[in-house]
Design a protein around this ligand. Sequence first.
Ligand SMILES: N[C@@H](CCC(=O)N[C@@H](CS)C(=O)NCC(=O)O)C(=O)O
Length: 263
Amino acid sequence: MISRGLRRGRLSKASAVVLRRVVPWTIMQYRSVSSTVSRMMHPVLYSFRRCPYAIRTRMALLIAGQMVVVREVLLREKPCAMLTASSKGTVPVLVMPDGGVLEESIDIMHWALRNADDPALLSGRAGSMTVQQALVDRNDREFKHWLDRYKYHVRFPQAEQLYYRRQAETFLQLLESHLCSHRFLFADEMLFADVALMPFVRQFAAVEPQWFDQCDYNRVRGWLNRLTSTAVFKRAMKKQIVWDADNSAETQFLLNPLSGSMS
Ligand SMILES: N[C@@H](CCC(=O)N[C@@H](CS)C(=O)NCC(=O)O)C(=O)O
């Protein structure tokens, strides 16, 4: 089961509704709906398809129904426009039409959800946001640290890959305990923490898929499968041509609108 807003798959912005009336969804989805107007009206998201931080923001933007123009970048060849907006050089970066910049994935998620029609979307029961955020912080600080070492163990020869995996597993054990009483981490519906953490656990699972398929973390595996089966995840992972400022064939498109079921 997923949240009300997702089930409705509704558009949150009047402009999205208008656009959808005049532009068939299939065209919106597969062709670049890119024009000076869309860039001026909507924030620009610099993104990299496989980056877990970018995945969580694309999902949150979709869930919140926020219209953005997505520019897929290559990490080894970051566009000047992105570096001018954010010299930090990491994705995701969200550049607002008024020039404001958000350069942390969590900030972009919060911005997207704050501006959604339903501000309580993904927050869960009153008060649960603080607890969710604490788990997300632990992911970003601790799990990500061990995940990088597990995944790129060749670059960290101080210890064996197995050692790094075992360190990362501490976090999986915590997630497993969260999943004892509900289908998602904090409820029977997908909330903020599920979206924020899932791309990292997915990355962990992909390091040794055979081991992960047979490991004891059955609930985590089921949770991950549920999340990767959602329409919102599939939509967020759709391949996009790399954006090139010099290329006259525009490649950015609007992430929204969504239509139909999100589950
Ligand atoms: N704290 C940042 C971290 C973002 C991050 O580290 N992104 C990676 C890609 S997954 C990146 O852009 N790395 C820069 C590089 O590889 O050059 C956030 O939450 O947005």
